[in-house]
Ligand binder design. Structure first.
Ligand SMILES: [Zn+2]
Length: 374
């Protein structure tokens, strides 16, 4: 992870680089700020930079020395990760039990979407914590000399979720650090960290990411066009998780519109073969996406019906949806709208109940043929 791969935060990056370059690294720091601002990925870049054997002249880790390669695969021997877990997912209450899930999470959600982590822990309503067993585990790891590099580094996600017993045990490590150890805590809600711990950490505040920085990142990383990226960046409120989710959702919506238009055109022309392929394609999206798609279709039905009543102020459609609707909406009228909505709702219910999606969707398409002629 290079600093330049992370959007924004120029001053924070300079500050972290400065610490590493001068060799005056505090032994315990707290990177703190709102969720979704890339704090943990900054901490990762900082750790990699410290360990890199061949830093570049423009202040980046080289990306190809053995240390960098170990960092890129989350396997650096002198880097320890601690994070909140659920006891049900780990019998011993130590983070090592979940290292596979954790690495997957770091890889897939670099901006650390907490809800995603809950899903990976297997309980979307869980309240994960860092147990006291983890503090003992950290102390044990730090009591050993570092393997290959000067610094042994702890990257601790969400210290506000430490159990008090864990915090008290860690306090000793913070107050009497081992030589060349660096403890990096990364917090979304620093006010909730035990004050005795927080007061001993050097603060590195991180602000929300600016609109132009978010937009530029979306363009580069998600391949979005400039105007969509700017529109999403404006509503993301400096939060990259929300920006990414908006962007992905809008990509999904445009795919849903394509499928919706295909269904309606093929149903109008009674192209049974096209509809059979359509049902196979939708069924390959996976159950959750199929359900979202059917909800999307229901919304489109309602919007088109309202559009057909010539009540434009009630219509909420994107430009692309409106373009299709301008010719399509007359086909959704008081004779068929209720039955169409009922068919889509039934299909959604059946798929949610694990019915065979291909059969349900093809059956739905045949009903749409009949109802469009109503
Ligand atoms: Zn390197």
């Amino acid at each position: 992870m290079r600093f330049s791969d992370i959007p924004g935060h120029l001053r924070v990056k300079d500050r972290l680089r400065g610490m590493a370059d001068s060799g005056r690294i505090p032994h315990a720091i707290l990177i703190e700020g709102p969720a979704g601002t890339g704090k943990f990925v900054l901490a990762r870049a900082f750790a990699q930079y410290i360990h890199c054997e061949n830093r570049t002249s423009d202040g980046e880790p080289c990306g190809c020395c053995p240390s960098c390669l170990q960092h890129e695969s989350f396997n650096h021997p002198d880097t320890v990760f601690s994070f909140p877990i659920l006891k049900s997912a780990s019998t011993a209450g130590v983070c090592d039990d979940l290292s596979k899930e954790w690495k997957k999470f770091l890889d897939e959600s670099p901006f650390m979407e907490f809800d995603r982590w809950l899903q990976m822990l297997g309980n979307p309503n869980g309240q994960p914590v860092v147990y006291s067993a983890e503090a003992l585990n950290i102390a044990r790891k730090f009591s050993k000399t570092s393997y290959s590099t000067k610094y042994k580094i702890l990257l601790f996600w969400l210290p506000e979720r430490m159990q008090n017993e864990c915090a008290n045990k860690l306090l000793k490590l913070i107050e009497e650090p081992f030589q060349d150890s660096l403890l990096i805590f990364v917090s979304d809600n620093p006010g909730e960290i035990l004050p005795t711990v927080r007061s001993r950490l050097q603060s590195v505040p991180v602000n929300r990411i600016s609109v132009p920085d978010i937009a530029a990142y979306l363009e580069q990383s998600l391949g979005s066009d400039r105007s969509s990226a700017l529109a999403v960046a404006h509503i993301a409120d400096g939060n990259m998780i929300s920006a990414r989710n908006h962007m992905l959702q809008s990509k999904e919506y445009s795919q849903f519109l394509d499928f919706f238009m295909l269904l309606m055109r093929a149903a109008y022309k009674r192209q049974v073969g096209v509809l059979r392929k359509w049902s196979i394609d939708i069924a390959s999206l996976g159950r959750e996406a199929e359900i979202r798609f059917l909800s999307y279709c229901e919304r489109m039905m309602r919007e088109n019906f309202i559009n057909n009543l010539h009540m434009p102020s009630l219509v909420y459609m994107t430009q692309a949806e409106q373009a299709f609707s301008s010719r399509f909406s007359p086909f959704i009228n008081e004779r068929n709208v209720e039955r169409l909505l009922a068919e889509f709702k039934q299909a959604r219910t059946d798929i949610a109940a694990n019915a065979n999606a291909k059969i349900v969707l093809f059956d739905l398409a045949i009903h749409v043929i009949l109802l469009l002629k109503a």
